[in-house]
Design a protein around this ligand. Structure first.
Ligand code: T3D
Length: 264
């Protein structure tokens, strides 16, 4: 992993930091590979029970590094395939975030633009600093929203608002994002990192196996029929009901004490 993506684990929380602050953490291929590796590491490490993705400096991520596209074209002597680039670099990251059976928090410290905004929306939860914003920059550079934006934003805010933002390349400020349900929490920039880590720490101490299964169930719920969802819930509850955390949760309730979950 090169230093354009930083990875740190502390008290059950893996923090992945996008680290090209001079260009608002715009993505190069090396950085996308680093992010993909970091997510794989977080997935495999049983000690990790919650993942935070954030940005270094004043931005979360400005999306695709536009000068990198030009550089690649100059190097290879031909136009890059946008479709192949998305299929091989961005899309697997989005799918990994969605299928990782641990809560993933997008800690949006500053501006999130283009595919950077898509990445933030792919996370299960979002905490934003009061200086954060979401910019649907695709239209500004003559592109279509990608990396899952057309799925996530329409589900979060509905078609008309999503379309307006996409068509105008508009900027959504933190307070408006909170009002529309695009982010779960907004906190002052001064205490932002601590607030994000505090929330992640709480989640990491909870019944994380059941939370992972909940994530599976809800993702299925977004696309399946009621009948399919009912059957899938029954299937997943069979797994959750046999975990140590379920036993502990029930015992703690009956013994009138706080539960000590282990994620097992
Ligand atoms: O290839 C494929 O697979 C296609 C996939 C495409 C997916 C996409 O993400 S398309 C969208 C790409 N992103 C953008 O178009 C956003 C471009 N950036 C902006 O519009 C603005 O920078 C922001 C609205 C995000 C923030 O504005 P502001 O005024 O706060 O900052 P700034 O001054 O514009 O940017 C600060 C620096 O970062 C600046 O460099 P400098 O002048 O200090 O040397 C700027 O050039 C650089 N920067 C910002 N975004 C990018 C970037 N450099 C390269 N690529 C960027 N995307």
């Amino acid at each position: 992993m090169d230093n354009t993506v930083l990875y740190r684990v502390s008290e059950g929380v893996a923090t992945i930091t996008l680290n090209r602050p001079d260009v608002l953490n715009a993505f190069t291929d090396a950085m996308l590979d680093g992010l993909s590796d970091a997510l794989k590491q977080a997935e495999r490490d049983a000690q990790v029970r919650c993942v935070v993705i954030t940005g270094a400096g004043r931005g979360f991520s400005a999306g695709q590094d536009l000068s990198d596209v030009k550089r690649r074209e100059a190097e290879t002597g031909h136009a890059v395939s946008f479709a192949e680039h998305l299929r091989h670099k961005y899309n697997p990251i989005v799918m990994r975030i969605r299928t990782l059976e641990k809560p993933v928090i997008g800690a949006v410290n500053g501006v999130a633009a283009g595919a950077g905004a898509s990445l933030a929306l792919a996370c299960d939860l979002r905490i934003a600093s009061d200086k954060a914003s979401f910019v649907l920059a695709f239209a500004r550079v003559g592109l279509v929203p990608d990396s899952g934006m057309n799925y996530f934003l329409t589900h979060l805010v509905g078609y008309a608002r999503a379309f307006e933002l996409a068509a105008t390349g508009g900027r959504l400020g933190a307070d408006e994002a909170l009002r529309l349900g695009v982010v779960n929490r907004v906190v002052p920039v001064a205490g932002f990192a601590d607030a994000a880590q505090g929330w992640a720490g709480e989640l990491a101490q909870s019944a994380t196996r059941a939370i992972g299964l909940t994530k599976r169930a809800m993702n299925r719920g977004l696309i399946a029929s009621v009948e399919e969802v009912l059957e899938y819930e029954a299937f997943l509850q069979e797994i959750a009901g046999r975990t140590a955390d379920h036993q502990e949760g029930v015992s703690a309730f009956l013994e009138k004490r706080a539960p000590q979950f282990t994620g097992k």
